[in-house]
Unconditional design. Structure first.
Length: 172
């Protein structure tokens, strides 16, 4: 879980800046959801080629969650290999997150995450173990969409505002 403190912090900065504190990245990460932010999911195709796609992500219960259509390339890639990355430019810091993504099928969790999306302006609702809405990104395919929970193992941050720096955080 990313609500826990990192077990290892490595300063990657080459300009004598201090390592960035995880609480700075965590605060922006947990408060940055909405239609104006595009999160980029990186997966690996079965033949080893990379695949990247924008997703709408929200923070809920200590982790990022995102949706994707059952027939989408990213869904098929995650079914074959759950290892993935998520990258995003947030206020004052660029983040690249490494970890795994697994489908959420618990109807109660799907309902709560759909409510988070709805609070942010996307009229999402739960339909059993999936999410539906009148619209989504054109690349998402038709509803319903599967919900995925991203479990972070490593995060990289590069500050784009003072204090500057670049840091890697590893989590247990």
């Amino acid at each position: 879980m990313t609500d826990q403190l990192p077990v290892e912090v490595t300063n990657l900065d080459r300009y004598d800046h201090d390592a960035l504190p995880w609480d700075r990245a965590h605060a922006v990460l947990t408060s940055s959801s909405g239609a104006d932010i595009t999160w980029f999911l990186g997966t690996v195709r079965p033949d080893g080629r990379p695949h990247a796609a924008g997703v709408g992500a929200v923070w809920y219960d200590g982790a990022l969650h995102f949706t994707t259509g059952p027939g989408a390339r990213k869904t098929r890639n995650l079914q074959a290999d759950p290892n993935c990355t998520i990258s995003v430019r947030l206020d004052g810091i660029d983040l690249t997150l490494e970890g795994t993504a697994h489908r959420v099928t618990d109807a109660a969790t799907v309902e709560r995450v759909a409510a988070v999306y709805a609070e942010l302006g996307w009229p999402a609702t739960a339909e059993g173990d999936a999410i539906t809405a009148p619209y989504s990104a054109p690349s998402a395919g038709p509803a319903p969409w599967h919900l995925y929970r991203f479990s972070m193992s490593v995060a990289f941050g590069v500050a784009t505002a003072e204090p500057h720096g670049a840091t890697r955080w590893r989590f247990a």
